[in-house]
Design a protein around this ligand. Sequence first.
Ligand code: ADP
Ligand code: MG
Length: 640
Amino acid sequence: MSATQTFEFQAETRQLMDLMIHSIYSNKEIFLRELISNASDAIDKRKFLGLTDKTIIQESNNFIRIEIDKAARRLTLTDTGIGMNRDEVVTNIGTIAKSGTKEILEQMKSAGNAADLIGQFGVGFYSAFMVAEKITMLTRRADSPTGVRWVSTGAGTYTVDEEDKPTVGTTIILDLKPADAENGLPDFCDEFVVESTVKKYSDFIAYPILMKKEVFKTVGEGENAKSEKSIEEATLNSMKPIWTRAKSDVKDEEYNEFYKHLSHDWEDPLKVINYRAEGRIEYVSLLYIPKRAPFDLYYTSFKGGLQLYVKKVLILEKAEELLPRYLRFVKGVVESADLPLNISREILQQDRHIAAVRKGLTTKIISELTALMEKERDKFADFYKEFGPALKEGASTDYEHKEKLSGLLLFASSNDAEKTTTLKEYISRMKPEQKDIYYLSGESRLTLENSPHTESLRAKGYEILYLIDAYDEIVLQNIGEFDGKKFKSASKGELDLADEKQKEKDTEKLKEADKAMGPLLGSLKEHLKDQVKEVKFTSVLVSAPSRVVGEEFDVSPYLEKILSRNGEKVPPRLKTLEINPEHEITKKLFALYDKNPGAAELADYAQILYGHAVIADGGELKDVARFNKALLAVATKGLG
Ligand code: ADP
Ligand code: MG
């Protein structure tokens, strides 16, 4: 026998327990949901591991038992789950692995009213400290000959001991605080309180939740019939899988509770989708769209997937094959009777049924999201903030659903300073002669609004999509077109905006400018020879003196900046510097050049015209020192 060991809780755990112990949160009953949920998970896990690991002793009669000892004010929960060994107890119960716990604790501390947050935050096991002054846990893992005893009063430490436990699984003994119903602490030694709490939160649990309670039976017949009271163990939950029940029979709260159990999320879901496919391939599904994206959703290591049941048996905990990768944020359950019970991962990947299910679910989810977008735009916008990148991934990769997924994308635009737009809405506002959908990417709305590139578009009353997420540019390139309209960057290549008459006029003007001031261009090019490809006059600028323009398929300067910050190599490509011949600075510069083509100031002005254009474009100046030097030289001279 090893001696009793005393451990200190990890700092965050201690804070969490402190909050629980002193909690004035009025929904203290949720502790029971948490403990039952853990027990159910543990039974699932034992079944599961037992399929492949022969050292796991299996159990055919699974249950979760609740016992009440009124005299001792003690509530005991026993399960037939996987149990834990000594190391697992120390890591699982002594520390909090959940991501984001620190942040939530900070919030709780600063909120002043921690009570509200407790209800939202799935505090799991520790929530039992809201109702218990001491917790004892006896547990034995299904591949271990001995058990472990864990005891804590929540005062910063816990003890771990060996325990001679005859059965596999976990027993949690709560020494309850005195009941104080008026202050939100009901008496959990009262069978009625326990039973109604189980019904409220845990009815769908797939294993019987047993408790001894008073039952009344009629004995005798006719005149002699009388009601007799006896104490019997009863099952408190209906155990009916929630996804097979008729939608009209299930309350919203029940759907939400099941979601929390399934996902370990602490918030209600954003949307519940209960979908039954009938016909050639039959299956039932209960899907959830969470409110928030997990922090690691966009990591390659993230594992999504739905629970797959075949004929009421859980076959796979995370069947990723049931959804395309970009929908990995969707949680839920699928049950089908058309699959063999012994289906393996390999078969799953090729199975025709599974492919059909995936297709059906994808179409259903996209149509639900479309309805959300059309009917509840604000809610959809919240969803988009969290999961927008996943939709973009879908629009770029799922050719079959490209049009529908592209239709769900939201963009900032010149049309409205606050509200985002869909592509469809953009098209509905297009000018009659407008052929393309224009976009420009940049760091912020402000840069884009003041960009020289958008001047001529705005002059024509054309709307511009403002791509503030740099990757949107890649997404639009991948999508290629929407509803027959091509996407066109305002900063690349030629914008075919003018009508024939205007074009003629513009060409004429440019010819004149070339004739009158052409040599200036050569001089500027000479001073910028390692920085630009070409210097030429343009007719598209209105108030700006210059802009830099890339080729049709170049990445924008903004995206280039983001990519190189992320360590990606973008091959350097020189751009064209375009000069507004009608701008005052151009005219004065030409006069200077005309007087003395070798004037030293020309080099400084070349840097300023170029630097201004790059900065206005949201790009990064490669040689800031050179630009600054030129700026100071010109400014100093300007003072006389
Ligand atoms: P969560 O359930 O979200 O992981 P909890 O605080 O509820 O967080 O539980 C922490 C961990 O303790 C669980 O993940 C599990 O590994 C372990 N655990 C809790 N209760 C049991 C139990 N009855 N049987 C086996 N393991 C359990
Ligand atoms: Mg839990």
